[in-house]
Design a protein around this ligand. Structure first.
Ligand SMILES: *Cc1c(COP(=O)(O)O)cnc(C)c1O
Ligand code: SF4
Length: 298
């Protein structure tokens, strides 16, 4: 486990089943193998084009820069990576990524993921962004990070001004509960926004954390207030050691339907499920249900 003093301080001691504690403190249910699940539900390890690079959609690819995070989320779908220890990609691995992307002109977006890319050396991160940026057909860079939520002090001026040089660069982060939208988190987001970096949010639907209408609405309103666009709400993957977080799919769909009818469109994320076996993301929200959804998927 790892948790920052800041994130720990968000726990409300007086409440049992605190949503912050649930996300960062180990739970005995994680060791209950009878709950099932698999280590790598998305089959990411097998779908790597070169080590550390996943190219599942034609116009964008994802690289896993490090296995380290500021806080290890108990519901993480890449638990297998950090359970094996904290490791950054080597310069040789990074070079193999840029070589791969350089040879594929249809890749117009590169997504840096992990672990948390903001836990690596700023100089290393800067160089990697620069190397991708210098490939003519790479138009967009995106970084997936939970730092604004779990360690907002890490989003400092040095980081913001380094990122500013690599625009258009988007950040996707992961707020899961309104209790995470603090002044510190808002300030971290503000620092990125002032550097011209838009921020989107990818929540995970988590049992006992955000699986009720009022909490979700408060989260979405709170995000809109700090200028963070709700982008995805993920159905929790069947990850070994995180099965107790899963919410029945129908319940998620019902909650989203209610939100569609009652809150500003700016607040509405797409409710999606990343299909097991690396078959890609499937829409679960209102519109998809009129289409050709694969009912057998879950
Ligand atoms: C989710 C994902 C992306 C990004 O997809 P968007 O729908 O653009 O957010 C890219 N690569 C992989 C492997 C992914 O799982
Ligand atoms: S920040 Fe993301 S990658 Fe890191 S432990 Fe949390 S969910 Fe997993």
């Amino acid at each position: 486990m790892a948790v920052t003093p800041y994130y720990l301080s968000l726990i409300d001691d007086s409440s049992a089943g605190d949503p912050i504690a649930a996300q960062c403190l180990p739970d005995l249910r994680e060791t209950d193998l009878q709950l099932g699940g698999c280590e790598d539900p998305l089959d990411e390890e097998r779908s790597m084009a070169v080590p550390g690079l996943i190219h599942r959609y034609p116009d964008r690819c994802l690289v896993t820069v490090t296995s380290r995070c500021a806080v290890y989320c108990r519901h993480c779908n890449r638990k297998r990576r950090w359970q094996q220890g904290e490791r950054d990609a080597s310069p040789a691995e990074m070079e193999a990524w840029t070589d791969y992307v350089r040879k594929r002109p249809n890749v117009r977006e590169v997504l840096l993921s992990g672990g948390d890319p903001f836990t690596i050396d700023l100089e290393k991160l800067d160089r990697l962004l620069h190397d991708f940026r210098s490939i003519g057909h790479v138009e967009i860079l995106r970084i997936g990070t939970r730092m604004p939520v779990t360690m907002p002090v890490g989003i400092d001026d040095d980081l913001a001004s380094a990122l500013r040089r690599h625009r258009p660069l988007w950040i996707s982060t992961q707020f899961n509960h309104p209790q995470e939208i603090t002044d510190e988190a808002a300030e971290a987001c503000e620092r990125l926004l002032r550097a011209g970096i838009p921020i989107v949010n990818q929540s995970v639907l988590l049992r006992g954390v955000n699986d009720d209408y009022d909490t979700m609405r408060e989260l979405l309103y709170g995000l809109e207030r700090i200028s963070v666009k709700p982008y995805y709400l993920f159905q929790c993957e069947p990850v070994m050691g995180a099965m107790h977080f899963r919410v029945e799919r129908r319940k998620g769909v019902e909650m989203m339907d209610r939100l569609w009818g009652s809150v500003s469109g700016l607040c509405i994320p797409r409710f999606v499920y990343d299909l097991p076996g690396g078959r890609g993301k499937e829409r679960l929200d209102g519109r998809a249900r009129n289409g050709d959804r694969d009912e057998s998927a879950d």
